[in-house]
Design a binder for this molecule. Sequence first.
Ligand SMILES: [Zn+2]
Length: 246
Amino acid sequence: MEFEKVNQFDGLEMSYICDFSGGYVSRNKKLFSQIELTDLNRFILEASVFGTPIFKLGDGNNKLLILSGIHGNELPPQIAHLKLLNELIGSDISNMIYFIPFAAPKSTMLSERTFNSMDLNRSTHINNSLSNLILNAILDLDIKFVGDFHSTAINSNPGFESIFSSKSPCPESFLIANYISREMGSDVISFDFAGSSYKGAVEDVCNLNGVPAVTCEVLSPFSNVAQGSVDKSLAQMRSFLDYFGK
Ligand SMILES: [Zn+2]
């Protein structure tokens, strides 16, 4: 996987996971109305028309991935992700951080949970699904830790602010979840073995492939942005990075 320097933005590099998932994210009015139109955000929105872009900052030891938009109708983490990128660009970063703010720009544009009728958080184990391509990139780039950021509505699963993790085969998943939980007050949801309750979650398939991963959830109605939910999601992202000393 080849990354190219983005000359406009100091230290930023980018590549694409694939070219069949693009969409006009700006057509999602609820999301777009909450995005500050910085040069960087404009650039990311334009890049997302052509597929799923992946960005990179820093050249330190720990290779980390921040992921959002696996469910296109979960808006707070995708908005928070742009805020995080704007915060981090030009700052000192001690790790190598990869960012996928819009896993499926087309789904975000349509504010749909699924991508082409497929739930990307139930299909990471299926060859050539979009989330499987993200997994392949994680393994290809030798990314060591993954934070996948979602939102959840009351009366859905899990329906409360939480961090999903598992104790096996990657115990560090559980440790990361506990760290974020302690800082944030989000509840820890932990399984003894990754993928034991349902198949194909990005987090679980990462853990099963030896890459410790957690799924972080904030509370917000689907296709909408609850007050404070963007800040909560952003704080979860910062906490995930803090675990590794940023
Ligand atoms: Zn989700």
